[in-house]
Design a protein around this ligand. Structure first.
Ligand SMILES: [Zn+2]
Length: 258
């Protein structure tokens, strides 16, 4: 499931291939169970040029200073594809046709993503109640938010209203690398542990961003390569165990995260 770094990689493709081109039409593919802009909303974008991209947590924005913007949630399996006419991806739910051959498609095989038309990203983020972006949140705000949470650390890290951007994969990796039990309470952590957790989370996210979200390029000591119940921990003699935490599956070492 796309999280902050994967969302950022998708946005990179838009920046490289789909900005500063005039929108000729926006067409829909098979749309059942996917929220997409209405015909009137799509018509508002005809003649516009997208000149900017933004990201907050896992939400992507493509638009221009004067708006409107497309707010894109990738869901479980969504992605953005930039291509030239004739090379369309399958499962395209929404396609922006630019003048000439260039196209931007929102591809979503499992139909859990969405695209909305919004006036500006800041208002939208506030209305959704999202916390600060996980790469922007400073150490003090992180400590205030996570350090006052009595629930499981993993659930707190994944709560988009506390901080936006982490999902299952990178919350597990952050806890694995910082050596915390996913079920430990944030309120039990010391100031030093919260500071370390914040730094580790940033390093994990930045590390994935630096590879363009190509997981095979991540260090062999990362959990990502051993996310399997019974796998040997790459950091200690322990074993990776899968369990449920807050309704989500967590992978954690039974020794160094105990
Ligand atoms: Zn271990």
């Amino acid at each position: 499931m796309p999280e902050l770094p994967e969302a950022q990689s998708n946005l990179g493709r838009v920046r490289e291939g789909a900005l500063n081109r005039t929108v000729r039409a926006i067409t829909l593919g098979e749309t059942s169970h996917v929220d997409l802009p209405s015909e009137a909303e799509r018509d508002r974008l005809v003649g516009h040029r997208f000149t900017e991209t933004r990201r907050h947590g896992k939400t992507l924005f493509v638009g221009s200073a004067s708006g409107p913007w497309l707010a894109i949630h990738l869901g479980m399996t969504g992605s953005l594809r930039v291509y030239d006419e004739g090379d369309a991806p399958d499962y395209a739910r929404l396609t922006v046709e630019f003048e000439g051959d260039r196209r931007l498609a929102f591809r979503c095989p499992r139909k859990l993503g969405s695209v909305e038309l919004v006036e500006d990203p800041e208002t939208y983020v506030a209305e959704q109640g999202y916390g600060p972006d996980a790469l922007d949140i400073d150490e003090d705000s992180f400590a205030d938010t996570i350090g006052t949470s009595d629930g499981a650390l993993k659930s707190a890290l994944m709560d988009q209203k506390k901080l936006a951007g982490l999902g299952n994969l990178w919350s597990d990796e952050t806890l694995f690398q910082s050596g915390h039990d996913p079920e430990a309470a944030g309120s039990d952590l010391t100031d030093g542990q919260l500071s370390d957790l914040h730094a580790t989370m940033r390093a994990v996210l930045q590390g994935v961003l630096d590879t363009g979200a190509n997981y095979e390029d991540l260090p062999g000591t990362w959990l990502i390569h051993r996310r399997e119940d019974g796998a040997q921990c790459p950091r200690c003699p322990g074993t990776i165990r899968k369990r449920q935490v807050g309704g989500r599956s967590a992978h954690a070492c039974d020794q160094h995260q105990g």
